[in-house]
Design a protein around this ligand. Structure first.
Ligand code: ADP
Ligand code: MG
Length: 352
């Protein structure tokens, strides 16, 4: 059993606390993604698991072992970073086997392990090349290969695709998903990109300012966020938010110029709330309205219509098929009540 368990994990740099007591279980064989905005503590938390940062409080277990104070080399983890840090004068094969060579592993065994890894990563044709003769994606595959040959119980990835161009990122994302299927090891993957998180994860951990906002399967977080932060972070384009006040029969939304019906159990009349509706759940209603169409981004299969209300709130509507509005039109939007999410305006907690 080689899951990872964090119990009240804390990190302080001097007087500054950046990780505020994280409790988390990553199951054996799970693909877990830490996601959140820059500076929220993703890398710090990952490096604490790797042993590259000291843990200031709480415990970290890998499987049944308490690794909190262990050296990185004793933990059975391998880490892949954003920068590949390959040795330029070594071939792909030598780069992948370097760690094993340093540990005195016999040559034949190194060769077999490197071959097995290069087979998984489709690097067989490149084993004798030097890094400068490789593409960015191939270099990152070598860096991943270096982790694989060590046979770790847990793989740790810190934004491994951030240096790649968009097309390669998608390709490597698929490769990493395939790698996880093939070797079945526990993987913890850090990214600020919610699309990467959604497509790779069994379990997503949304972090904000050193605290967990929510943990769940990708579609759980999309369909049933606990708070406004998670609702706004997961999903692309992001959820639209409108300020509102609880009124008779629904929520009075100034931006829409009307009271809208929702299925959530609303607090007492007059309470300040935030209404959230995803772009894909809004529909442009023909005729006059309260929203002005500013521009349309037509991507082919889907278009994003940008609207602005008289109150200055910006709204994006995702449209498939025929466009209903053009720049300059003044329109309305509608949505099914069950699609509207309601949040407490102050605490930002979801009201269900
Ligand atoms: P992320 O990876 O989510 O972008 P980090 O884990 O790198 O965030 O950083 C989390 C917070 O810890 C940030 O506010 C950062 O400024 C702070 N931090 C990171 N390393 C140090 C350090 N060595 N000393 C002081 N503060 C640090
Ligand atoms: Mg980071």
């Amino acid at each position: 059993m080689t899951g990872v368990t964090l119990s009240k994990a804390v990190k302080r740099y001097g007087d500054v606390q950046v990780i505020h007591g994280i409790d988390l279980v990553v199951e054996d064989g799970e693909f877990c993604v830490f996601v959140g905005p820059s500076g929220c503590g993703k890398s710090t938390l990952l490096r604490m698991i790797a042993g590259l940062e000291e843990t200031s409080g709480g415990k970290i277990h890998i499987g049944k072992r308490d690794v909190t104070t262990m050296d990185p080399s004793e933990r059975g983890v391998a880490m892949v970073f954003q920068t590949y840090a390959l040795y330029p004068h070594m071939t792909v094969e030598e780069n992948m086997g370097f760690g094993l060579r340093m540990n005195g592993v016999p040559k034949a065994e190194i060769k077999a392990k490197v071959r097995a890894a290069s087979d998984i990563l489709k690097l067989d044709d490149y084993l004798t090349r030097k890094p400068k003769a490789l593409s960015g994606g191939q270099r990152q595959r070598v860096a991943i290969g270096r982790a694989i040959v060590r046979g770790p119980e847990v793989f740790l990835f810190d934004e491994p695709l951030s240096n790649l161009d968009a097309e390669l990122r998608v390709e490597m994302r698929v490769e990493i998903a395939r790698l996880h299927k093939e070797i079945g090891a526990t993987m913890i993957y850090v990214t600020h990109d919610q699309v990467e998180a959604m497509t790779l994860a069994d379990k997503i951990v949304v972090l904000r300012a050193g605290r967990i906002e929510q943990v769940g399967a990708p579609l759980e977080l999309y369909r049933d966020p606990d708070n406004r932060f998670v609702a706004g972070f997961i999903g692309s384009p992001a959820m639209n938010f409108f300020t509102g006040t609880v009124a008779e029969g629904g929520i009075d939304v100034p931006a829409l110029g009307r009271t809208v019906a929702v299925t959530a159990e609303l607090p007492t009349k007059g309470a300040k709330v935030t209404l959230g509706v995803r772009p894909e759940h809004l529909e442009v209603a023909a005729g006059q309205g309260a929203l002005k169409a500013e521009l349309t981004e037509a991507l082919g299969g889907v278009s994003y219509l940008h609207l602005v209300s008289r109150t200055g709130e910006r709204i994006i509507v995702e449209e498939r098929g025929d466009e209903r509005a053009r720049a300059g039109d003044v329109v309305n939007v509608s949505f099914e009540p069950r699609r509207a999410m309601v949040f407490d305006a102050k605490t930002e907690a979801r009201i269900r």
